[in-house]
Design a protein around this ligand. Structure first.
Ligand SMILES: Nc1ncnc2c1ncn2[C@@H]1O[C@H](COP(=O)(O)OP(=O)(O)OP(=O)(O)O)[C@@H](O)[C@H]1O
Ligand SMILES: [Mg+2]
Length: 251
């Protein structure tokens, strides 16, 4: 029996680490020799930029909203293949076209595909592109930072998931929450992290340390465990991602 697992990384709050997490999850899955498709649904195109490849027109996600299906472009990272549907600002042209059928474009596109995993990076909004991703996904991972806005964002996202369940008949299972690195653990940060733990204990997959090496790695298009092999953030990241893969494989 063939199982394709579709994972969306979402939080409408900006800058919480969605793209960083999408990139590292994709690379780890490729390193484990899974056949994977990475989709950038953010008009900012940050994930696409991180892969540092020039994609043909056909490999952009805006094609989903035009007549043609996108055609993934295959890149090789250290001998491991990765299929990419990228994004750039052209996707934003479709943002306001919220006809009912437009919410199902990604789900429809993925219906007959045969990858082991699909990883979808979403923009910092709960608009059409995030909705498409959540409607298509089997699982959602929610990166958060430790700010009140992030906690509000989490509550809004959980409500959105409920609505998607109502309208689309099914909503993705929440795989977990990842607390992305904080520069300094302020009292406020500690209070928030305790609040998150009290409220969502079973959902918290782990917490990443703050590391400039992680920023550098992403800028260089490398996973942090390659860019800075001795840095603990690489080990923390891998252990969180392994938990994610394990939870998905269990189902
Ligand atoms: N653990 C960490 N340590 C240091 N910097 C981090 C960490 N996690 C994420 N960052 C940095 O935070 C910034 C935002 O991360 P990222 O782009 O992944 O967030 P995002 O949620 O995708 O943003 P957007 O909402 O704009 O798409 C980046 O500069 C990234 O390098
Ligand atoms: Mg991003």
């Amino acid at each position: 029996m063939f199982f394709m697992r579709i994972i969306a990384i979402a939080n409408q709050k900006g800058g919480v680490g969605k793209t960083t997490l999408s990139f590292h999850l994709s690379v780890l899955l490729a390193e484990r020799n899974f056949n994977i498709l990475v989709i950038d649904m953010d008009p900012q195109g940050n994930l696409t930029y991180t892969f540092q490849v020039e994609l043909p027109e056909t490999a952009f996600s805006y094609n989903l909203f035009e007549r043609e299906d996108p055609i993934p472009f295959t890149v090789e990272i250290k001998g491991h293949k990765l299929n990419i549907i990228g994004s750039d600002i052209r996707l934003s042209r479709f943002e306001a076209d919220t006809r009912f059928e437009n919410f199902f474009k990604l789900k429809k596109y993925l219906k007959d595909k045969e990858y082991d995993f699909v990883v979808i990076d979403t923009p910092p909004s709960l608009g059409l592109f995030t909705a498409n991703s959540l409607v298509a996904a089997d699982y959602v991972i929610i990166p958060v930072d430790l700010s009140v806005y992030s906690v509000f964002g989490l509550q809004d996202l959980l409500e959105t998931l409920e609505k998607i369940g109502e309208y689309a008949g099914k909503s993705p299972k929440i795989l977990g929450i990842v607390i992305m690195g904080q520069l300094r653990r302020t009292i406020m940060g500690k209070t928030l992290s305790k609040g998150l733990e009290d409220e969502y204990r079973d959902l918290i997959l782990g917490e990443l340390s703050y590391s400039v090496k992680l920023k550098e790695a992403v800028a260089l298009g490398k996973p942090v465990w390659d860019h800075s092999p001795r840095n603990k953030v690489g080990r923390e990241f891998k252990s969180i991602l392994e938990k994610i893969i394990e939870r998905v494989e269990v189902g």
